[in-house]
Structure formats: structure tokens, C-alpha cells
Design a binder for this molecule. Sequence first.
Ligand code: G3H
Ligand code: 13P
Ligand code: ZN
Length: 332
Amino acid sequence: MTSYKELGLVNTTEMFKKAVAGGYAIPAFNFNTLEQMQAIVQAAVETKSPVIMQVSKGARNYANGTILRYMAQGAVEYAKELGCENPQIVLHLDHGDSFELCKDCIDNGFSSVMIDGSSLPYEDNIALTKKVVEYAHAHDVTVEAELGVLAGVEDEVASEVSHYTKPEEVIDFATRSGCDSLAISIGTSHGAYKFTPDQCTRDPKTGKLVPPPLAFDILHEIESKLPGFPIVLHGSSSVPQDEVDTINAHGGKLPDAVGIPEEQLREASKSAVCKINIDSDSRLAMTAAIRKHFDEKPGDFDPRQYLKPARENMKKMYIHKIVDVLGSNDKL
Ligand code: G3H
Ligand code: 13P
Ligand code: ZN
């Protein structure tokens, strides 16, 4: 058993309390690689931002759970080395799908876990979340749950209200499950193709796709039912057009990729939304820099030559999110 406290990590309790009261959101960046971890820490230190470093089941399969945990421990030490006296770093399990996985993470240094029972029947979601909460709270680990199913391109549900979180369920769910934060569905979705072209309109000037707006009415109704309760948005990458264009200009093929407009995330950050998940934008920033590098310098084959600009591009993106979208800068 390794407690996250021994590693210098923190849980989300204080962080979320301050974020809700202060009208900003904590960035939750997924990581799988050394370069992502370095870029996240550099960005958080330079902007004086708390940060959630999150690991999916896929990341554990790719990079190995033990290695990622040591990387998070390394992140705390690295932040101190960069001059941050009191880094506020959470190591979070993203989309945990079983009690056993959550327990394994809690036993191995995670300070926060998500149990994603959103695809289960309502009562089963509560029962599973409650079981994780009981174990997690005994170890002072915080728990994110999910209610409502994120709209996905595949199932073409972006306009179907039935998949959105039902505000009338949130009090019962949060009270009976005991979760510390709640991921809700208000129109975001995972990946770089959040909406099909026919779910969007086209900007007549640029010809670019304009996605349907997030359901702020549902968010506000949830906020009024659970005043001050920490709300989480998944699937919140903006899929920057310049990165998509760079990828496509250098041999990539990402036609009609579309994300969530940053103005809407900025607005959400000012509400009870206090954690915003971003993964795809990091993937795009990394891929754009590497594709460009390969195109311009075909003779390079030392990974450091192309991973360095990739890391710099991700860092630039992380800083932009922290300062210009979520507003979590200068909070340490
Ligand atoms: O929500 C999913 C995250 O973007 C993680 O994706 O399962 O491919 O690591 P992944
Ligand atoms: P994006 O695919 O929009 O980056 O969402 C990431 C996420 O929600 C991780 O849980
Ligand atoms: Zn997610």
C-alpha cells in the first residue's frame, strides 16, 4: 500500500472548493508519455496552476500503471525543482470501470479516482459508485462519478436530450452515492470528431463547421439543485483548427475534425464546473509538431529532435488552456 500523501500528491477536495468559489476550473490533462508529463508540469509551474494529471485504463495498458505512478511522483519533484514550493498535483484515474481497478489505483498512490458507471442502469451506477466511495474515503481519496451518457458521433445522439444528465436525478445520485464530484453530459463528447458535419452548421465566411452549443440550461439547473457541488466536463478538447490544418498540410488526414468552442468552455469554467478534461488537444499538438518536423527535416531520426518541438507545442497549448480558457493560473 502506497498512499498518495507519501508521494506529495493531493486529492481534489480543497482544489475544487477553491475553484467553485473562485469561478475557474482545474485542468485535467491525460498523459501517457514522458513528454506530456514534462509539458504539463512546466505549464502548471509557469502559470502557478493546480493541475490534475489523469491516467486512463488505456494509458495504463500502454505505459504501465506502475511507471505512470512513478512519473506522477516525479512530476511533484520536478515541479519543486522548477521552483514551485508547494505544487498542487492530483494523480487521477480517468474512466475507472470497476471497483477492482479503482482499489488498485488507490492502493498504489492515486489521490483521486473516477468510477464511470454511466452506462449502467441508474441503481447499479449508484451501488458501484457507493462501493468505490466507501473504500476511497477510508483512504482520503476523492471520487468522481458520472451520470448521463456523453454524446458520441457514432450513436448520433448530439441532439438527443435523453442522453444528457437529467437534473431531477442529481440530488438523489450525489446523496446516495456519496461521490465528491459529478461528471455530467451537456453535449461534449470524446475525441477529435465530436459532431458529424450534419449536426453542425457552416460558418458562411470560413466554411468551417460550427458545432451545436452546449446545454447550459441543463448545467444551470444542475447547479441550482446542487449548489456549490463540483461538476466535471469530459470531452472538452477544442480541436484547434490550426493544429488540424498543420496535420493535414503535412500528410495527415483529419477531415472535418471538430471540438468544443473555447468561449463555451470559458463560460462553463465560471460556473460550478471545476474540472475540465482535455486529452485530444494534446494528441493533436503533439502530432502536428511531429508531422511538420518530419516533413521539413526528413533526415532527422533521433527521437529527441522531433519530440522536443512536440513537447514545446503541447506546453504552449496547456498554458493557453490554463490562462485563456480555464482561468486556473496564479492560484498557488
Ligand atoms: O476519455 C478518454 C480519454 O481521452 C482517454 O483516452 O482511453 O484512449 O487513453 P484513452
Ligand atoms: P477529449 O477527447 O475531448 O480531449 O476528452 C478527454 C476526456 O474526457 C478524458 O476523460
Ligand atoms: Zn472522459
